[in-house]
Design a protein around this ligand. Structure first.
Ligand code: G4P
Length: 550
């Protein structure tokens, strides 16, 4: 008599396939300041993956979009990009997941959360501008998570700052060591290409009309000089600088790269598609594969046979025809399969995932399977919250995603008491989705919520969505605070210090004390008066507790 193979034998048989899928996967997000060229670079990367057929497809804004929701209408009106999407494409035997992030800095909270799902980050700089405020902020988030950072210095076809100066700025200001993988020959009008540091080959930049692609031509340094296309003094200067770098620096240490301590640096011009392919090839070679993630049970290896993942983003009304809500899940271990029944760690419930989706920009299709490093979209009838873990097999619960310090605060008033039910539903759902943070007065009789955001536009989107999706017109009453700090020891720690001045105490959605200050000066004053009070700019992660609803 033959017996059916056991489940564990099935699982063991799956491991080589799983290992192969993990080995193929690369996942990254681009961090940059608006206008550095993120959209342009994304588009060129997708062209290599064959994921889009023509330049301009990613930038297609407004009417060209197939699916446009109400608040994407707002994006159209303002010409900004608020939503983030996931773009998956295959290139050179790898499956690449590009976690796209909103372009506008007012939505950086959304970017922070997306970075929690990223294994690598590409820091994109404009060669003329160097480090810019938004890049610095996002870099700090990467640093918190020790995400490997690849640097792409863009717009080399235009006059820019000295390459050595740009690297020095990164090293000095961010404390991030740099390892140039290629080195530019000349700059601006006299930009002639780059030298690959490892092969010493020259990739020639051929100037084309604006918007046209530079054809790729690779030569040895001698041939480049002989070709007459590169002025000998420029080539000589670049080779000398390379020599200097080699004299000063050690080898490219992958361990340091993966620990987020050393950044491979590339020079190029996304608009002319110069340096993008060499960057992509080197990135595939050097980037971190999906790795073990911290959880309540210690690090979880991606090769753990049971599926597990966490929700890093919620988005409502992506498709206004269905009024749906989607939870984006980063797969961390095992193979995910359609129709799988998984455990929801926070509630302890079992859920069958019958219509998981793969998202590509605004398009979606039902996905049959997914592997660590991938992102899937799940329909979310209000069950999932940001940070929730889903798993199969022995229980795991991933570390939650912290909330970052908001900088803008306003009372949200509902002038029409008969609309209170819709108001409450809207505020609760938008908070769950992470569209905005919600704080409450310590006096329970003052029921109006305080909205706390990173940027003003975030508040506008909340008001707009409350009106268009929930049918409630609201009024915002700005508060004069600009800084929020969580009290590490909670209410008891706050009670121990007694009365405090020049700040306002409020509660967050988990009933934890948050102090609001007008400015850093007031914050520093409190620190001086009460050095024993431990304050944090990042909200401690909560798990297993239901938030306060309005
Ligand atoms: P973002 O998503 O980071 O905000 O930047 P985006 O790609 O939209 O690029 C911002 C501007 O910089 C665009 O010009 C784009 O064409 C230009 N740009 C991007 N990469 C390069 C580059 O390598 N070299 C040069 N010279 N320019 C580059 P725009 O005038 O705002 O838009 P468009 O008219 O070109 O579409």
């Amino acid at each position: 008599m033959t017996t059916a193979p056991s489940r564990s034998a099935d699982a063991a048989a799956e491991i080589p396939a799983l290992a192969e899928a993990v080995e193929r996967r690369r996942n990254f997000a681009i961090i940059s300041h608006p206008d550095a060229g993120k959209t342009t670079l994304t588009e060129k990367l997708l062209l290599y993956g064959g994921a889009i057929q023509q330049a301009g497809a990613v930038k297609a804004k407004g009417e060209q979009r197939k699916v446009t929701s109400d608040w994407m209408e707002l994006e159209k009106q303002r010409g900004i990009s608020i939503t983030s999407t996931v773009l998956q494409f295959d290139y050179a035997g790898s499956t690449i997941n590009l976690l796209d992030t909103p372009g506008h800095q007012d939505f950086s909270e959304d970017t922070y959360r997306t970075l929690a799902a990223a294994d690598n980050a590409v820091m994109l700089e404009d060669a003329a501008k160097g480090l810019e405020p938004q890049t610095r902020k996002l870099f700090e988030v990467c640093r918190l998570r020790r995400i490997p950072i690849f640097t792409f210095i863009n717009k080399m076809d235009r006059p820019g700052r000295e390459p050595l100066e740009l690297l020095d700025e990164i090293e000095q200001e961010l404390g991030l060591a740099c390892w140039p993988v290629n080195w530019p020959i000349g700059s601006g009008d006299r930009f002639r290409g780059v030298i690959d540091r490892r092969t010493h080959q020259v990739v020639l930049f051929q100037r084309a009309e604006r918007g046209r692609q530079s054809q790729e031509r690779i030569l040895s340094a001698e041939d480049a000089a002989a070709s007459g296309l590169v002025e000998p003094e420029l080539l000589q200067a670049a080779l000398e600088e390379l020599e200097l770098l080699e004299g000063a620096g050690a080898d490219l240490d992958l361990e340091q790269v993966h620990a987020g301590e050393l950044s491979p640096v590339f020079f190029g011009s996304a608009m002319t598609n110069f340096g993008v392919r060499p960057f992509l090839d080197a990135f595939l070679e050097l980037a971190q594969r999906p790795t073990a993630r911290s959880s309540s049970e210690g690090p979880v290896d991606p090769l753990r046979p049971g599926f597990s993942g966490f929700v890093f983003k919620l988005q409502a009304n992506m498709d206004p025809r269905h009024r749906d809500r989607v939870a984006f899940v980063r797969v961390c271990s095992g193979k995910f399969e359609k129709d799988m029944t998984v455990q929801h760690a926070r509630s302890g419930r079992s859920i069958r995932l019958s219509r998981p989706q793969k998202l590509f920009g605004q398009d979606r299709e039902v996905v049959d399977d997914a592997y660590p490093g991938d992102v899937i979209g799940l329909n979310n009838p209000g069950m999932f919250a940001i940070g929730d873990t889903l798993y199969v097999g022995p229980k795991v619960e991933y570390e939650g995603i912290p909330c970052f310090s908001p900088e803008i605060f306003a009372w949200l008033r509902n002038p029409n008491p008969s609309a209170f039910k819709s108001f409450r539903k809207g505020v609760n759902e938008l908070r769950e989705e992470g569209a905005v943070q919600v704080l409450y007065d310590t006096d329970p009789s003052r029921r109006d919520p305080i909205l706390a955001a990173v940027g003003q536009l975030q508040l506008e989107v909340v008001q707009y969505r409350l009106e268009h999706e929930y049918g409630v017109k609201t009024r915002l009453e700005p508060m004069e605070f600009t800084v929020a700090r969580w009290v590490s020891g909670g209410w008891p720690a706050l009670e121990r210090v007694g009365r405090i001045f020049n700040c306002r105490t409020v509660r967050d959605a988990w009933d934890r004390p948050v102090l609001l200050f007008r400015n850093d000066w007031n914050l520093n004053q409190l620190r001086e008066d009460h050095p024993e009070l431990e304050l944090s700019a990042v909200a401690p992660v909560v798990s297993g507790v239901e938030p306060i609803a309005l």
